[in-house]
Ligand binder design. Structure first.
Ligand code: GDP
Length: 140
């Protein structure tokens, strides 16, 4: 049992449909504490840097356009095994493959507009958190 932090984004398809509260309720029900949260538009530069690992993929330009198409909610989540727990609550990348009751199964519009991002490892969580949040913006 490790107390961990992970990085989460509520994506533009979800903010457009006013789903922030419903998604937050699912995160909190799973035992995750929202220890930092801010709503903003990602710049193209930020979206490209955030998804740089996908820059050779055919969907990269579409993904950047989608992630800058509306406001996002950036979050730091804390809890026991937070990275894994959040990935479980999120569900699979493609909503068609996402397990019943997961956020993506319930809310995602497509494999791209899939409502939430969650870090895939504690190492990436630390990198992603420090890209968007100063230490003084995170409260237990
Ligand atoms: P995640 O960790 O589950 O978010 O999945 P990935 O890291 O593989 O992909 C990052 C994001 O790129 C996903 O959440 C989707 O928004 C988008 N994405 C992934 N695969 C595809 C795809 O095949 N087509 C499109 N259009 N977008 C994709």
């Amino acid at each position: 049992m490790t107390l961990e932090r992970t990085f989460s984004i509520i994506k533009p398809d979800a903010t457009r449909r006013n789903l922030t509260g419903q998604i937050n309720a699912r995160l909190e029900s799973a035992g995750l504490r929202i220890v930092a949260q801010k709503r903003k538009y990602l710049s193209e530069k930020e979206a490209k840097a955030f998804y740089a690992v996908h820059q050779e993929r055919p969907f990269f330009d579409d993904l950047v356009a989608f992630m800058t198409s509306g406001p996002v909610v950036l979050q730091v989540l804390e809890g026991t095994n937070a990275v894994l727990v959040n990935r479980e609550v999120m569900g699979a990348t493609n909503p068609a493959d996402a397990a019943k009751g997961t956020i993506r199964q319930e809310f995602a519009e497509s494999i791209e507009a899939n409502s939430v991002h969650g870090s895939d490892s504690p190492e990436n969580a630390a990198i992603e958190i420090s890209y968007f949040f100063a230490g003084c913006e995170i409260t237990e």
